[in-house]
Design a binder for this molecule. Structure first.
Ligand SMILES: [Mg+2]
Length: 390
């Protein structure tokens, strides 16, 4: 079997109602799907990250940088291809958009392997579980969204049976770093730390004492502010505080983790085994959160999970893309012994909700893994065409 084509498919959906984290604003959603075609007729599917930029950027790296390394090759030499892509792009790669592109290719190669083996991917990897807990990822800032609206959102997750939710905090007038002036839509939805604490208190009340509640700061706080806020948040019994400080401030994150009882989770914005090695071995995190579409796909994600396991840490995959990344994240989590819970983005996004011919069934906060070979999903081509932007 040989690889005969490698394609990036850029998709974009524009939202009329942007929503915000501490660091960014989402005026819609994009994704870059990767398809790898073989001469045997099997087509592998993956998703590459885009880091907030235009999806055509990642598409170009897939098709102009990586595709020439793959054409004519045996698709099942996955480890060989991963290392080749990483080493030959070392000067301009290692992280960022090149790692995002490698991630999508790796995912598509594994999808081919699953289809050849006739096994769902998580079973090909050696399954640990057939069902997984997912948490409702939402609680964003939005213009006109007050505490009452946030509480109503939390109550809707309770009514749907979710065992937990995540919300955004940290969109504060000062983050005690240089970042505040640089971030998207700085002038909007600026809330005080005291208002954030009141938002968390209200959501905790709505969820009751036993459901998981997580908060996400998206890297904006200084370590000192993170420690002060983390101590003020301790009474709300958070399952984790996510990305409290800058991704590269590993010592700062380790100081925050050491100062708080609440576990520190992160960093989706870090990628690759070498990046996560620093976070894990220096105890900058308690819970490890790689994003499969950013961090190097299944191959690198599974290495990161093993390193986390060696340090007695749980893994909670970040998944904030299309349905392809969500399903890939489920296969990943169901195949490792130390998966804690998987992110289920609840923001409006047709690239997640409408892209699959057969949507995932999620009931009472639990999801069953697909049973067909590979990722076990099929794209709705009409939906792909509707959002395609190349
Ligand atoms: Mg996050």
């Amino acid at each position: 079997m040989k690889i005969v084509d490698v394609r990036g498919i850029p998709l974009t959906w524009r939202s009329p109602n942007p929503y915000m984290s501490a660091a960014g604003a989402q005026a819609g959603r994009s994704a870059v799907l990767v398809e790898i075609e073989t001469d045997g007729g099997i087509v592998g599917l993956g998703e590459a990250g885009l880091g907030g930029g235009a999806p055509v950027v990642t598409q170009t790296v897939v098709e102009r940088l990586l595709k020439p390394m793959l054409l004519g090759q045996d698709p099942l030499l996955i480890e060989r291809h991963w290392q080749t892509m990483f080493e030959r792009s070392r000067a301009g790669g290692r992280r960022g958009v090149v790692m995002h592109a490698i991630s999508g290719v790796d995912m598509a190669l594994w999808d081919i392997a699953g289809k050849v083996a006739g096994l769902p991917l998580y079973r090909l990897f050696g399954a640990y579980a057939d069902t997984l807990e997912v948490y409702a990822s939402g609680g964003f800032y939005q213009e006109g969204k007050d505490v009452r609206a946030l509480v109503a959102e939390a109550e809707s997750y309770v009514a749907q049976g979710f065992g937990g939710m995540k919300m955004k905090i940290g969109r504060n007038p000062s983050t005690q770093t240089h970042l505040r002036g640089l971030l998207a839509m700085t002038e909007k939805c600026v809330v005080t730390p005291e208002e954030d604490l009141a938002r968390v208190e209200a959501v905790r009340k709505a969820l009751g004492p036993h459901r998981k509640l997580m908060v996400d700061i998206n890297c904006v706080w200084s370590p000192a502010l993170a420690i002060a806020m983390g101590k003020a948040l301790e009474p709300f019994d958070l399952t984790w505080i996510e990305e409290p400080v800058a991704t590269d401030d590993i010592d700062g994150s380790a100081a925050v983790a050491a100062a708080l009882h609440t576990p520190i989770a992160g960093y989706e914005t870090e990628v690759g085994l070498y990046g996560f090695r620093e976070l894990i071995t220096r105890r900058a995190v308690d819970i490890v959160q790689p994003d499969l579409a950013w961090t190097g796909g299944f191959s690198e994600g599974r290495r990161i999970a093993a390193l986390a396991h060696a340090h007695n840490m749980m893994v909670a995959p970040h998944a904030f893309g299309s349905a392809v990344l969500l399903v890939a994240s489920l296969h990943f989590a169901a195949s490792i012994p130390n998966a804690l819970v998987v992110e289920l983005d609840r923001n409006e996004n047709p690239l997640r909700e409408a892209l699959l011919k057969e949507p995932l069934t999620i009931e009472r906060g639990m999801v069953a893994l697909p049973t067909r070979p590979g990722l076990g999903i099929e794209l709705d081509r009409a939906v792909v065409d509707r959002y395609r932007v190349d």
